[in-house]
Design a protein around this ligand. Structure first.
Ligand code: ZN
Ligand code: ZN
Length: 263
């Protein structure tokens, strides 16, 4: 069975408080070998690490402050993030980025929080997990001016081929989530089919963005297979081959240890 990696699953969040262990067990049983749980602020980053400690080698944590929460990234919070990010369970700084769609934090504050977290990622030699919504030009400009030496992934990539090209040219990976399965997003699926196979990841972004045909339900890591299956079909690749390639890409980007042999 293919061993998928859900590269972006907020399984530490409160939406899973009632059945978190069952959700994770169901994902493992369904072929999702590993997952990365990104934080959106200091408390959810800490929860991600605590969860990763309970599933060593299977659940990994990322530490970061989301653009929605950019106003919470005080000097003290950044210092706390730096401490948290030293945990051996942490594989990335994220999720971090820009969101000019909802603008829950002022744009200037978002840019400053992002730049400071770029520096943290560079200092700790960790990849970044980028959230980028209606902010593509600023994101690319900031990566060019402040992101030297960084590697990472555009999570839940939504954009056209030119935007994908920008990210790939900077050496970044593209991670596709549930929206690529929606019938109205055939153009996005075409981008997922066009992207180089060694630069594509898959994710759920659960509990949000449930793929078809379960749209409207709470999302969970085992549904990452639906997204992978859809992209594999559009690419004309056997599912197992595509699953394996994306799992290998995640392992390379996040420097995941090899899977325990008894799996
Ligand atoms: Zn996001
Ligand atoms: Zn997310």
């Amino acid at each position: 069975m293919a061993a998928l990696v859900d590269s972006h699953a907020h399984v530490q969040m409160r939406q899973f408080n009632a059945d978190r262990d069952q959700v994770i067990a169901a994902a493992f049983a369904d072929g999702v070998a590993r997952m990365v749980a990104p934080g959106t602020d200091v408390p959810t980053s800490r929860l991600a690490i605590e969860l990763a400690e309970r599933y060593p080698g299977r659940v990994f944590a990322a530490v970061g402050t989301h653009p929605h929460d950019a106003t919470t990234l005080t000097d003290a919070a950044l210092a706390e993030q730096r401490e948290l990010a030293r945990s051996p369970h942490v594989v990335a700084i994220g999720e971090i980025g820009l969101d000019y769609y909802r603008n829950l934090s002022p744009r200037e504050t978002q840019r400053e929080a992002l730049t400071r977290q770029f520096a943290l990622a560079r200092e700790l030699d960790l990849p970044v997990i980028l959230h980028n919504r209606e902010s593509h030009a600023d994101m690319i400009a900031l990566l060019r001016s402040e992101g030297q030496g960084l590697r990472g992934v555009f999570h839940c990539f939504i954009g056209d081929q030119a935007m994908a090209r920008d990210a790939l040219d900077l050496g970044f990976y593209l991670s596709f989530a549930g929206p690529v399965t929606f019938p109205k997003n055939a153009e996005l699926a075409a981008v997922a089919a066009w992207a180089p196979l060694d630069r594509v990841l898959v994710e759920t972004d659960c509990p949000y963005l449930t793929p078809a045909p379960f749209r409207g339900r709470r999302n969970e890591p085992r549904y990452v297979a639906l997204t992978a299956r859809h992209i594999a079909e559009v690419r004309g690749l056997p599912f197992d081959q595509f699953a394996e390639a994306t799992a290998q890409n995640a392992a390379t980007l996040f420097r995941l240890p090899s899977l325990p042999e008894n799996l």
